[in-house]
Design a protein around this ligand. Structure first.
Ligand code: NAD
Ligand code: UDX
Length: 463
């Protein structure tokens, strides 16, 4: 029975996942380790509301388990040595250099972990791939781990994580399924059983699926590709709705009631963001191309092409509507996170829309309830479109949303934060220059009501 778990990587997946394991398995000691000292300090902050990741319900669980059987530290070697089971939950971003640049997953962090485990481990370990990895990565890990001169045996399991940010705690407490891929040998099956037993502390057994390693690795990429494909499909239809006086919400409602289609993931938007969808589809495209499967690769790549188009057309629609120029015009952007209830901004559509508007010399004011100014500037600087001084000159970040609207020409809703729905839109309208333009990239406001107030309203997908 597993008594000691180490998780390498204290990020959006490692942090919440290990917190839930620790909360549900008080008999297991869980050490979450990371090389990022600042992040670990934040996980250990005495004020639990200061932990580095915002997720509804997470700080309460951390409070409950931290110091009892949940520990955050930078002592990676020590945690590896102590553990029976090691989760690898490090980042696997898209490569920014060399072969596969812009498409393939960068596995250098994964490989470093494997080498460190191989170096340090003194007894047998079960290694769990929690990070999302290209199919057949476990083979590379095994090669590294099996080539130590020590008499230590490793079993590698694939246990991809399906949580979505913003609902991570609920998704972890009540998952649709847990997937565990293992080698189809007796040792492989024993390792699989050890991990099944961990989850069985709170997940019903019919929701714990076991399979071989390759199916498990590929299922994760496939799940994200299917979900993102639905968003790109509805976003493609949103543009057609705008031309035909159809309403994409009505179309989504009509098709979503077909039980074969289902109602989830049919919300048209300013484009999907997040650290996973684009990265994982690009990875799928790259893998397909490397096997010579051109049509398969092109098919999935179109999901990304559609998403880029959706972001770009939102920005260009703002420019067109504001009489073909936003130069010197104040545009209030509400929301910077890639979705509500998270402070994560990776690949958020806001970044690209702001970048396009800055190219047109707009003056942007941003408000997001959970994202810091430092993060917003870092996101823009990362694009390298202009100097960081120019980004700071073009973008102001405010902590009070009511500071956004004075003399603004337009408002763009970028993230579907609930609080935006409850604002006093009449008094916001009064503060703005007229005509007051409102671009709802998330379909969260009542279009007709806003027009009654006087706004010139654009809602994604509404003709
Ligand atoms: P993240 O960037 O938030 O966290 C990764 C952490 O790993 C960082 O804190 C980094 O410092 C640490 N790290 C990197 N190399 C290390 C090393 N050698 N030793 C110790 N620590 C190291 O990333 P994330 O969002 O948690 O994603 C992790 C993995 O999970 C990725 O493969 C991702 O695709 C996958 N995933 C993410 C989500 C999500 O919603 N974010 C959901 C499912 C799966
Ligand atoms: C996704 C997967 O859902 C999750 O299972 C996987 O483990 C990690 O990747 P995440 O990126 O955290 O999770 O959030 P998700 O809810 O999937 O949203 C991704 C993006 O799609 C967001 O920008 C969201 O706003 C957008 N989206 C989602 C839409 O535009 N419309 C929808 O109907 C659903």
């Amino acid at each position: 029975m597993v008594k000691n778990i180490c998780c390498i990587g204290a990020g959006y997946v490692g942090g919440p996942t290990m917190t839930v394991i620790a909360a549900k398995c008080p008999h297991i000691k869980v050490n979450v380790v990371d090389i990022n000292t600042k992040r670990i300090e934040a996980w250990n902050h005495s004020d639990v509301s200061k932990i580095p990741i915002y997720e509804p319900g997470l700080s309460d669980l951390v409070q409950q388990a931290r110091g009892r059987n949940l520990f955050f530290s930078t002592e990676v070697d020590q945690a590896i040595k102590e553990a029976d089971m090691i989760f690898i939950s490090v980042n696997t971003p898209t490569k920014t250099y060399g072969v596969g640049k812009g498409m393939a997953a960068d596995l250098k962090y994964i490989e470093l972990c494997a080498r460190q485990i191989a170096d340090v481990a003194e007894d047998d370990k079960i290694i769990v791939e929690k990070s999302t990895l290209p199919v057949r990565t476990a083979e590379a890990l095994k090669n590294i781990l099996d080539n130590t001169s020590k008499d230590v045996k490793f079993q590698i399991l694939s246990n991809p994580e399906f949580l979505a940010e913003g609902t991570a705690v609920q998704d972890l407490l009540n998952p649709d399924r847990v997937l565990i891929g293992g080698e189809q040998t007796e040792e492989g099956r024993m390792a699989q059983k050890a991990l099944v037993d961990v989850y069985a502390n709170w997940v019903p057994s019919d929701r714990i699926l076991t399979t071989n390693v390759w199916s498990s690795e590929l299922s994760k990429l496939t799940a994200n590709a299917f979900l993102a494909q639905r968003v790109s499909s509805i976003n493609a239809l949103s543009e057609l709705c705008e031309k035909t006086e159809a309403d994409v919400n009505e179309v989504a409602r009509a098709i979503g009631t077909d039980s074969r289609i289902g109602s989830k993931f049919l919300k048209a938007s300013v484009g999907f963001g997040g650290s996973c969808f684009q990265k994982d589809i690009l990875n799928l495209v790259y893998i397909s191309r490397s096997y010579g499967l051109q049509e398969v690769a092109d098919y999935w790549e179109q999901v990304i092409i559609m998403n880029d188009h959706q972001k770009r057309r939102f920005a260009s629609n703002i420019v067109k509507t504001l009489y073909n120029t936003v130069s010197g015009k104040k545009i209030a952007m509400l929301g910077w996170a890639f979705k509500k209830d998270t402070n994560d901004t990776r690949e958020s559509a806001s970044i690209y829309v702001a970048d396009d508007l800055l190219n047109e010399q707009a003056e942007i004011v941003v408000y997001d309830p959970k994202v810091t100014a430092e993060q917003i500037y870092a996101d823009l600087d990362y694009l390298n479109t202009r100097s960081s001084e120019e980004n700071r000159k073009g973008v102001t970040v405010v902590n009070d949303p009511m500071e956004c609207f004075d003399q603004a020409h337009a408002i763009a809703i970028m993230t579907e934060w609930d609080e935006f729905k409850d604002y006093d839109w009449k008094s916001i309208y009064n503060k703005m220059l007229k005509p007051a333009f409102l671009f709802d990239g998330r379909m969260i406001l009542d279009h007709d009501k806003m027009e009654d107030i006087g706004f010139k309203m654009y809602t994604i997908g509404k003709g």
